[in-house]
Write a protein that binds this ligand. Structure first.
Ligand SMILES: [Fe+2]
Length: 593
């Protein structure tokens, strides 16, 4: 039985195809369309899924959409009508877009795919999230927590899964949303909503949570783990462009100017910004205030999530937890769950945000609606498109730049290790690309994490990122315990997907300065031989040569662009950046000096 799941029209459009309960292919649309966070109907991702399975639409048993458009429309309508006349604008916008596109999802799918209406099904937003994590987990029974901005009405749900049954026990409803609260601060701190949330998390360790009390004026926590927002401070319920209002800025001051560079006394002034301004100290002090605000909202978010987890544990008695929704990508909060609550094991699948809803919707229908037994566990993230060595060779021959081919894997790995040891920044393009927002060794930029200057070098050559955003380490799963404070590291699934922030062990920050964050933490990726043999082999060999089986890993893209998909995307990124070396399959290309 073949089921195609689709999510779109909000953030990240995606498609996922399962066959007899096994995942065959999954991708966000942005990888193909090259539009970051593309939310349009995922035509290209669907085509990719069908091609990978070698089937056409007529071979599909069902197509499942990840949420219920009518229920969502009802929420928008009801909310808008409650705050009329403030909301005429959002009401008008919603009417137009929903009537034009979203409400007619079923017709659209029918037209796009040429599939009959009786084979098109709809899941619910948070059920899709819940299914996307529980039904990919190795757990027979687990507590389930989903937290995001908003779906139809729910913004967070608490539930449990057993076998092929998922029960959502409680939910928090719009407009009370921890995701939208975090997004309001993301906007206030000068970043793009649904994009800059990572930046807030990265900025937080540069600040002190001095304003936690102020944040708690905006949100009230109940003893059962649920919460409500004080809507006096927000306007996302009656505005399609603004999330917070005047009362919010009376409390927190003027928002941070998005054009400002971020730096504080502790981050220093990066060389890749413009020349150091004369009022450096004044600007650093201003930024320090915003870092303190970031630390405060991050701490409150962690407390909300921890509160929900503790309650869920009390209520269900289960010590295994499946997490999903955009907030499940908050790897700092995830790290605290495993350290500070009675939860023993956590599962998060890499596309925990709305993209993952496509997969969850398909799995929900197969297992929960049709009752088919489970056999799938998501042990890796490599569900994207792959390019055969033959295709890579013909691309390399035509690219007009000399390259070297290494038919023996050992020789290729030795050559790449030499590049890394020489301090070069290497584009690493191998196999199927990753599902979800993190690069995990298929479309990665890698470098030597032992060098103090490497963070600066990667930023100067490629990323131009704000200095507060740390780079991540990829470490052999068996060696992780030597460097990172995560007992029994290989058993933790979130670490496979770079979804835990943990402390770097005493004395190891000096060994790994390029991947250690200012607060002594790191967002590690454990690499397992069975699922990532080539990447594992590379890190193992780097370890043999240097004594440190860890590489710096960041996503293979330029700032503002989606992660690369094709050899041509990779080569173009290589050419437009200061990257030294590009590895495409077994071809190695060095930049001509
Ligand atoms: Fe969601």
């Amino acid at each position: 039985m073949r089921i195609l799941g689709i999510s779109c029209f909000y953030h990240d459009a995606a498609a996922a195809l399962i066959e007899d309960g096994q995942l065959i292919a999954a991708s966000e649309e942005e990888r193909f369309s090259r539009k970051k966070h593309d939310s349009d109907f995922p035509r290209l991702a669907i085509r990719y899924c069908l091609e990978t399975a070698g089937i056409t639409v007529s071979d599909l048993d069902y197509v499942v959409f990840y949420e219920k458009p009518f229920v969502k429309f009802e929420r928008i309508l009801t909310t808008a009508l409650q705050v009329v006349p403030k909301s005429w604008k959002v009401f008008g916008d919603a009417m137009t877009t929903w009537l034009l596109d979203k409400l007619w999802v079923k017709n659209l799918i029918r037209q796009e795919l040429g599939i009959s209406a009786d084979r098109i099904l709809f899941s619910e937003h948070h059920l899709s999230h819940a299914a996307s994590t529980f039904l990919c987990s190795p757990f027979e029974e687990a507590a389930i927590l989903t937290v995001d901005g908003v779906g139809e009405w729910a913004t967070a749900t608490m539930g449990r899964g057993k076998g092929t049954e998922i029960k959502l026990l409680r939910e928090v409803r719009f407009p009370h949303s921890v995701g939208l609260l975090y997004s309001a601060f993301t906007a206030f701190l000068g970043f793009e909503v649904n994009e800059g949330e990572y930046k807030v998390m990265g900025m937080a360790p540069y600040g002190t949570p001095r304003y936690v009390d102020k944040v708690y004026k905006l949100i009230h926590l109940d003893a059962d783990g649920s919460f409500w927002l004080n809507m006096d401070y927000f306007c996302f319920h009656h505005s399609s462009t603004q999330t917070y209002n005047r009362k919010f800025t009376d409390l927190f001051g003027e928002p941070r100017n998005p054009a400002w560079h971020f730096f504080t006394d502790s981050s220093g002034y990066p060389s890749y910004f413009e020349p150091k301004p004369s009022n450096y100290s004044e600007l650093a002090a201003k930024n320090q205030y915003y870092a303190d605000v970031a630390a405060s909202i991050q701490q409150v978010t962690e407390e909300i999530v921890l509160g929900m987890v503790r309650n869920l544990h009390r209520e269900t008695g289960l010590d295994r937890l499946c997490l999903a929704g955009g907030v499940a990508l908050n790897s700092v909060a995830n790290g605290r769950i495993i350290r500070e609550t009675p939860i023993q094991e956590v599962f998060v699948q890499p596309a925990a945000g709305d993209g993952g809803g496509a997969l969850g919707a398909a799995l929900y229908v197969y297992h929960c609606a049709l009752g088919k037994p489970r056999q799938f566990v998501m042990r890796h993230a490599y569900w994207g498109k792959e390019y055969a060595q033959g295709e890579i060779d013909s691309f390399a021959r035509g690219c007009g730049t000399p390259y070297q081919t290494y038919p023996r894997t050992d020789d290729l790995l030795d050559a790449v290790v030499e590049e890394l040891r020489a301090g070069h920044v290497v584009g690493w393009f191998q196999g199927r690309f990753e599902w979800g927002p993190r690069a995990l060794g298929s479309r990665s930029i890698i470098a030597d994490p032992r060098r103090t200057d490497m963070k600066e070098i990667v930023n100067v050559k490629i990323k131009f990122r704000e200095p507060f955003r740390p780079f991540a380490p990829s470490v052999l799963a068996e060696s992780a315990g030597r460097y990172f404070d995560l007992p029994d590291a290989p058993k933790h699934y979130p670490a496979r997907f770079m979804l835990y922030v943990v402390n770097v062990k005493e004395g190891q920050a000096e060994v790994l300065p390029a991947i250690t964050h200012v607060d002594g933490t790191a967002r590690l990726q454990t690499v397992h031989k069975a699922e990532s043999p080539l990447y594992y082999g590379l890190i193992e060999r780097f370890g043999q040569a240097t004594g440190v089986p860890v590489v710096l890993n960041t996503s293979f893209n330029l700032k503002g662009e989606p992660i690369v998909n094709t050899p041509a995307n990779a080569f173009s990124t290589f050419q437009r950046s200061g990257m030294d070396t590009l590895v495409l399959g077994n071809c190695l290309i060095r930049k001509e000096s």
